[in-house]
Design a protein around this ligand. Structure first.
Ligand code: CP
Length: 309
């Protein structure tokens, strides 16, 4: 149980398969205990600090709910303007201050690499809750948990990542995490929003099977798992380019007529227009179950990283 003790969670490619197994097994155990409505004491006396310098609903609230479910306490900065960052305080000084208040820190920040900077500033475990267009490793772990739960396995699946693959940190992390497994990737995006070349090249160098397409309908027909993502308006320099691309892919019920039986539809959320609400009643539409899986997976992460080394 000591594999992740006092470790930072910064990138999805930091995990061995053994560590992923440990997180999944621990999360399944917590989910079972929650089903039994058992009050847990695992984190009694410990404090989580959530520092969110970009908006969030799921990640912040599920980390905080996970800590409360474990019997711990939470102190939170929910937006940059309510912290001393608004007065010009550096991230380093913020982290050096918060390490005196909390046992574990969850950080979301608009700058790629900010979580690594925070981790370098403190010996307390830092969990990256999204660093700009970089990584979102705890999301990819709950995505992995969801795929296993919905499909009964990960190995051998065709997984399509669709939408804004250029800016989407969830898809960057999920690609990294699944690269250790025998999956076939289809990357479906408008040309301007392709998966960054360095990620595609890194996957291919590891022998991972990758196909790229602009045709969402074709990708849907080939998939076991279809992972839709939002076009990330906040990451575009040119608003007219966002307007051109924002409705490029919209998954409709009609498109699912060509899907394999049992295909799982996922989305990290929030969605804007990319999945029509008529898809919500499709049995494989797993995105709200996926969001709920954030609780046991983040409980597992909090419990594991706060173990004594
Ligand atoms: N999936 C995700 O990161 O959602 P939030 O931005 O609401 O945290």
């Amino acid at each position: 149980m000591l594999k992740l003790a006092q470790k930072d969670i910064l990138r999805a490619d930091q995990f061995s398969r053994e560590e992923i197994d440990l997180i999944m097994e621990t999360a399944r155990g917590f989910e079972h205990e929650l089903d039994g409505e058992k009050a847990l004491e695992t984190m009694r006396g410990k404090i989580l600090s959530t520092l969110f310098f970009e908006p969030s609903t799921r990640t912040r609230l599920s980390f905080e709910a996970a800590m409360l479910r474990l019997g711990g306490e939470v102190i939170s900065v929910a937006e940059a303007k309510s912290s001393s960052a608004a007065k010009g305080e550096s991230l380093y000084d913020t982290i050096k201050t918060v390490e005196g208040y909390a046992d574990v820190i969850v950080l979301r920040h608009p700058r790629i690499g900010a979580a690594a900077e925070a981790a370098a500033a403190t010996n307390k475990p830092v969990l990256n809750a999204g660093d700009g267009a970089g990584q979102h490793p705890t999301q990819s772990l709950l995505d992995f948990y969801t795929i296993e739960k919905e499909q009964g396995k990960v190995e051998g699946l065709t997984v399509t990542l669709a939408g804004d693959l250029k800016h989407g940190r969830t898809v960057h992390s999920l690609a990294d995490l699944l690269a250790s497994y025998n999956v076939h990737f289809v990357f479906a995006s408008p040309r301007a929003l392709r998966m960054p070349t360095e990620i595609v090249e890194k996957l291919k160098a590891r022998g991972v099977s990758v196909a790229e397409t602009e045709n969402l309908a074709e990708a849907v027909a080939a998939s076991d798992v279809l992972y839709m993502t939002r076009i990330q308006g906040e990451r575009f320099d040119d608003p007219s380019e966002y307007d051109r691309l924002k409705n490029a892919y919209i998954l409709t019920r009609a498109m699912l007529a060509r899907a394999k039986e049992g295909m799982t539809v996922m989305h990290p959320l929030p969605r804007v227009n990319e999945i029509a609400t008529e898809v919500d009643s499709y049995p494989g539409a797993a995105y709200f179950r996926q969001a709920a899986n954030g609780i046991p997976v983040r409980m597992a992460l909090l419990a594991l990283v706060t173990e004594r080394a």
